[in-house]
Design a protein around this ligand. Structure first.
Ligand code: 1YM
Length: 639
């Protein structure tokens, strides 16, 4: 039967067609990130419902056929007729909503950014089914091929339960890959569960049988405990909360004996990756309260000066969660990840000051432990600064730096730094090959001998004492730690080039850890890469004509294609087995190489991951590389 479209359905299809034409405008991108965005859009509706007090259970299922479903136990979408004459679920799923949910529904959007996006997901799906339990009935509808209604809403049974289930299959003509990552989904859902006290979120993978359930009765306090797992902590998690000017503030914090600072913030359950006014308020209060306490209790004398913000945050893990009324909510920055709302700064400052003061007075020994740590940081920071200044100012220091570098670094001749690349190469022999055959104008080579230091627990002083890492620091030439300035970098790309084996991936992780801890802006600005050497070469027919194979899957494919034609296969166990020109052509030349950009999307959990990864087990480390290093290949060399 041919479907008849009236005016409004044509408009609807035009709306959804616009989403299909420019998916990036609606979900950011069509890579893995965009793909997962589909899930977040649907789940956000379930979360909104739960926040409003309807339903405390949400389940996400990854089905064998590649589809995903999200089930909640809320009220169920309204199933009556909308004023347009269509069933409400059809309107929700096929009309592109520009702003909030319909005005008439009285729907209160809690997050401000929360999903109005069910129709966007529908537009980008091969099929989407909705099953709604409400008013004693089970209702069902289905859309296909980008949102065309193929089964209009109908009652298919009876129930006394309520809730909504959406199942959809992403359109493989739109997305680069349609494989959902169980770990990506779990990580995000776990984070949501920490923020939604008492709500259970389950994630199930039909294919592998993996099943995880997240529910935290103590909310962000447990989040901090989770982030600090396996570390030595100085005290129990401290929770500071209160309301000022209609802004609800909750902070959970705990000091560890490490040097890391890990502050994560959320506003109305949306992560503010770039911080903003609430983080400023928190930091200001922290610095002031600790300095006041230290001075009034004689722990630091007036003449000793003050503790820096970085001193009082050394070893601190904190989660900040705010609830801000819609009308004063303001986000800034390109990706809207930064809170603007000025009142949030004063609200957090006031709540944290008041509650932290009380805590310190009531827990003097904890206060002393934290302040001793801050004082050590101050002393170390001042010593490191003096040492750096001395090295910078004395010609001896400069010569020394030059000497350290000249031994190993083969520099690039080009002066256009943004276009220069630094290759950190595993082993002297591969390093030698890379030095002899490279683009001398743009490519610099620094060979590394074996494993670099594990910097998870290292301080800046440890780096200064480590020849290998010091060489990297000097080669990049942009400082380290707080004084690191990515704009000063001698290279636009830093490329880690290791063998494609377990030791190689270990070295990658060690280096990523180092950059993450001491030159984080380099990662944040997308300047850190991993080179991917081919695993095999195949020679068929004519002598000297080689083709290179990147992965085991590609090899299988090629073997099948070749059938019983004769060929010579070589497996590269390491970079060193390739000739210099081969190494250049396959792995270094911008023409052929495949670079992986290291994106620490989720810098907070990255810290935790690194902790897990630096253990002795190889398997989780490999899994991490596979799942978390963003495998979108990219290269904009000289463009
Ligand atoms: C798996 C996805 O969408 N759940 C969901 C959505 C809605 C409601 C409940 C809901 C809202 C309201 C009243 C209300 C939505 N309703 C609307 C609209 N899960 C999922 N659960 N009753 C139920 O806002 O008043 C949009 S989403 F607009 F119809 F109200």
């Amino acid at each position: 039967m041919a479907l008849k479209y009236d005016d409004s359905s044509i408009k609807i299809l035009e709306g959804l067609e616009a989403v299909r034409k420019r998916p990036g405008m609606y979900i950011g991108s069509t890579d893995k990130r965009g793909l997962h965005h589909l899930v977040w859009e649907i789940v956000d509706n379930s979360i909104d419902e739960a926040i409003n007090g309807f339903g405390d259970y949400i389940k996400i299922t990854l089905w064998k056929d590649g589809s995903v479903s999200v089930e909640d136990h809320g009220r169920g979408m309204p199933v009556g007729m909308h004023s347009s004459g269509k069933p409400t679920p059809e309107v929700i799923l096929t009309v592109l909503h520009a702003g909030g949910k319909f005005e008439t529904s009285g729907y209160k959007v809690s997050g401000g950014l929360h999903g109005v996006g069910s129709s966007v997901v529908n537009a980008l799906s091969k099929y989407l089914e909705a099953t709604i339990c409400r008013d004693g009935g089970i209702y069902y509808m289905k859309c296909e091929n980008g949102g065309k209604v193929t089964v209009p809403l109908k009652k298919i049974g009876k129930t006394n339960k309520t809730g909504t289930t959406i199942r959809f299959m992403p359109d493989d003509t739109i997305f680069q890959s349609t494989n959902f990552s169980y770990t990506t989904i779990c990580e995000r859902m776990q984070e949501s569960a920490f923020l939604l006290k008492g709500i259970t979120i389950e994630v199930y993978d039909e294919e592998t049988g993996r099943d995880s359930s997240f529910c935290y009765k103590r909310g962000i306090d447990e989040f901090v405990e989770y982030l600090n797992e396996g570390k030595n902590v100085l005290h129990k998690v401290l929770n500071l909360s209160g309301t000022r000017d209609g802004i609800e503030v909750e902070v959970a914090m705990q000091y560890t004996d490490t040097y890391n600072e890990n502050i994560i913030s959320f506003v109305n359950d949306v992560k503010t990756v770039d911080g903003g006014s609430h983080e400023v308020g928190f930091k200001t209060a922290l610095t002031r309260v600790f300095n006041d306490y230290a001075k009034s209790h004689g722990i630091i004398k007036e003449k000793d000066g003050s503790l820096d913000g970085s001193d009082v945050r050394e070893g601190l893990t904190a989660v900040i969660a705010l609830k801000i009324p819609e009308n004063i909510l303001q986000f800034e920055g390109q990706t809207k990840g930064k809170l603007g709302t000025p009142a949030a700064r004063t609200a957090v400052d006031a709540v944290v000051s008041e509650k932290l003061k009380i805590f310190l007075e009531e827990n003097k020994s904890v206060a002393t432990d934290i302040l001793n740590k801050s004082l050590k940081s101050k002393v170390a920071r001042e010593a490191a600064r003096k040492a750096r200044e001395a090295a910078r100012n004395s010609s001896k220091g400069k010569n020394n730096k030059e000497r350290i570098l000249s031994e190993k670094l083969a520099k690039a001749t080009g002066r256009d730094y943004a276009h220069n690349e630094l290759f950190l190469v595993e082993g002297d022999s591969a390093g030698g090959s890379a030095k002899s055959y490279r683009d001398r104008e743009h490519q610099a080579i620094l060979p590394l001998r074996g494993k670099v230091l594990n910097t998870e627990k290292a301080s800046e002083k440890d780096i200064e004492n480590n020849a290998e890492l010091r060489q990297i620091e000097y080669a990049i030439g942009a400082g380290i730690g707080d004084s690191f300035d990515y704009k000063e970098s001698n290279y636009g790309k830093v490329i880690i080039m290791t063998d494609a084996d377990v030791d190689g991936s270990h070295i990658q992780i060690l280096l990523i850890t180092f950059f993450y801890k001491f030159m984080r802006p380099l990662i944040e600005h997308g300047m850190l890469y991993i080179a991917t050497p081919p695993l095999y070469s195949i020679e068929t027919g004519k002598k000297g004509e080689k083709e290179y194979i990147a992965t085991n899957e590609d090899l299988e494919k090629r073997r099948k294609e070749l059938g019983d034609k004769p060929y010579k296969l070589q497996r590269f166990k390491g970079l060193g087995e390739m000739d210099a020109d081969e190494l250049y052509d396959t792995t270094m030349s911008p023409k052929n190489r495949r670079l992986i950009r290291v994106t620490l999307e989720d810098a907070s959990l990255a810290e935790k991951r690194i902790h897990v990864l630096m253990g002795d087990e190889v398997a989780p480390r490999k899994a991490w590389i596979n799942e978390n290093v963003d495998f979108t290949l990219e290269d904009n060399f000289r463009k």
